[in-house]
Design a protein around this ligand. Structure first.
Ligand code: HEM
Length: 293
């Protein structure tokens, strides 16, 4: 696979999703997608990226509960059918074999004693968490760090999991901004520690829009749910080529809710983003004042 500065090029592609254009706050934002649109592809050899990560960081990128093997097997069959190719790795846990076929990270959720729990996952593009941290967790615990999740969203999300019909595929997107082009980002601290070294005029290249495109579907035989996470990374500079998208991003940045800004720690990037936006022609005249909070 072609690589630039040691990182996979395949995940750094022209802007494909722009979820900031849709919500200024946290949102469930699930929408149906057809079978052909289930997995987005776009990476020639996902295993070439994932295998070294598994060797170097096994506890960060992989976890399973022993009882999840039948569910993993069902997920593998579904993924193999979708990509039209057999994994051919009976030596591996089935979900791990499935994850080597696709760019996406794969997460299994199973209902146990009335709670949806995470029972297996392959997580090679984590956004600030690890497989070891989340294995066995409920939907409530998984979202503990998300401001207001329990009061605003938990019941609705549980109902979506409960009522999901086989054959229905749902997708959602989220976004954040990071000073890294690396899909494998289990820990925010070393990345954020480098913010101060970024020259303001380099902000457009150093800062990346990090979009997660997620999907959810029922596994009909076991009744489990398969959740997928596909990370897309795009340098902020790419917005400069498209005035409409640049303006939409400027509005989203300056209009994001205080809760969202605090959760994503957007204030850490305010000065750099404002420098980038002004240089690109977005003065901020119609947005909120640019002063960092
Ligand atoms: C499909 C139903 C789901 C919905 C509607 C949902 C919603 C959300 C929302 C609103 C956030 C805050 C950031 C964002 O906007 O995305 C979030 C964060 C997160 N979600 Fe979900 N989620 C769902 C399923 C899952 C599943 C199945 C997992 C299992 C891995 C998961 C793991 C997480 C994690 C780890 C975070 C970040 C928490 C942190 O900051 O540490 N979510 N989710």
């Amino acid at each position: 696979m072609a690589r630039t500065q040691g990182r996979p090029e395949a995940l750094t592609l022209p802007l494909r999703h722009a979820p900031w254009e849709e919500h200024a706050d946290f949102a469930i934002g699930l929408a149906p997608v057809d079978e052909a649109g289930w997995l987005e592809g776009g990476e020639a050899d996902p295993a070439a990226r994932k295998d070294p990560l598994l060797a170097a960081h096994p506890d960060i990128v992989w976890a399973e509960t022993p009882a999840s093997r039948p569910t993993q097997q069902e997920a593998l069959a579904l993924v193999e059918a979708a990509v039209g190719r057999a994994a051919g790795r009976p030596d591996l846990p089935p979900l791990l074999a499935a994850a080597r076929l696709v760019p996406d990270d794969l997460v299994l959720m199973e209902k146990q004693a009335g709670e949806w729990r995470l029972t297996a996952l392959s997580l090679c593009a984590p956004t600030f968490f690890s497989a070891a941290e989340v294995i066995g967790q409920s939907l409530k615990a998984l979202h503990g760090p998300v401001t207001g999740f329990e009061t605003r969203f938990l019941r609705r999300v549980v109902r979506i999991f409960d009522r999901l019909r086989p054959g229905v595929i749902l997708q959602r997107r989220n976004w954040t901004l990071v000073n890294s082009a690396e899909p494998f980002a289990p820990d925010a601290a070393p990345i954020r520690a480098r913010i101060g070294t970024i020259a303001p005029e380099a902000a457009g290249d150093a800062l990346h829009l990090r979009v997660e495109r997620q999907s959810l579907r029922r596994l009909p035989q076991t009744g489990a749910a398969l959740f997928t996470i596909r990370v897309w990374l795009t340098p902020l500079a790419e917005l400069s080529d498209d005035p409409a998208r640049l303006s939409a991003f400027a509005q989203a940045w300056r209009g994001a809710s205080p809760e969202l800004r605090a959760y994503k720690k957007l204030h850490l990037y305010d000065a750099l983003v404002e420098t980038f936006l002004r240089a690109a022609g977005e003065s901020g005249a119609q947005g909120r004042p640019a002063s960092p909070k």
